[in-house]
Ligand binder design. Sequence first.
Ligand code: PMP
Length: 351
Amino acid sequence: MSVTTRPDLVSLPGYKPGRSIPGAIKLASNEVPGGPLPSVLSAIADAAAQANRYPDSGAWTLVNRLSEKLGVPADRIAVGCGSVSLCQQLVQSLCEPGDEVLFAWRSFEAYPITTQVANARVVTAPLDASHTHDLGALLAAVTPRTKVLYVCNPNNPTGTVLHREALREFLSKVPPHVLVVLDEAYFEFVTDPEVPDGMEFAREFPNVAVLRTFSKAYGLAGLRVGYAVAPEDVVVALRKVFTPFSVNAVAQAAAVASLDAEDELLARCTEITAERDRVRAALVELGYEIPETQANFVWFPLGERTVEFAEFMLDRKLVVRPFAGEGARVTIGTPSENDTFLDAARAFRDA
Ligand code: PMP
């Protein structure tokens, strides 16, 4: 008998990352355009010089710094190799085979993949007509087997948000056996004061977790550090299913140095959000339907024209992220990259 892999994995489409094409402008992966600050680079070099040693597997310096910053106890914080790893760890920690993971669709493409890899069942509820989470539809889809319910706020790829009171009311109605995971990968780009800080809810509700990442606002996508704030017993499980040492020493040092340089990094986010608002207004002016966005990207619900749009951009050396048949997501870059994109968007409209 020959070696076989799990039949369900054979048919599972893997995660398809945004493409990097030499010489092209990459607006495909919601990265920030600026590289690490000098102070972060220096911490990276110091940590790399000790790469003969294993990292601190618990990332305790980072966990304690996050605990101070967020005002939550360290035993409620788990780090992961990017928050995408924590998605997988959460399902592994909470779901037995056949248990359900519920989320709005379309949302972050790793939710269905990490769910299926962990032998759990994907259940989705559609976004509403304004490309926003339909909280009523999500509540209606909860069953006794629902173990995890993701709410991505702002939502990837639409950029849309949920406001504080709507979310609080929703959380008060979710049955207590369901862990609601507020995925706040784009939290630092939010400028709308009505959008809550999920930490408020993680303190208030015993079944709420929050996911954050150093990949976006903190500019460390290439180093892979994310974290979850979750109920204590969930954190114990998350640490058990963690691949030992998978948040490496360089990544840990860079994350701690980024917390030290937070003011400077958040000032960079302010430039990005100003650009986001400029780009969206210009696109609306061009006649595109672009949902209001609170993240560092804009969503084009182009339906059947999505692939044509992405190819048109690629011909102009602009890499965007198409979701065939649905829409394209375009990350906010530098002002000049954004101008190049806006020119191309005008040309597509006129073509
Ligand atoms: N959540 C959302 C909503 C995302 O968009 C992403 C990255 N695209 C992640 C989580 C994962 O980010 P990372 O693994 O780099 O922390």
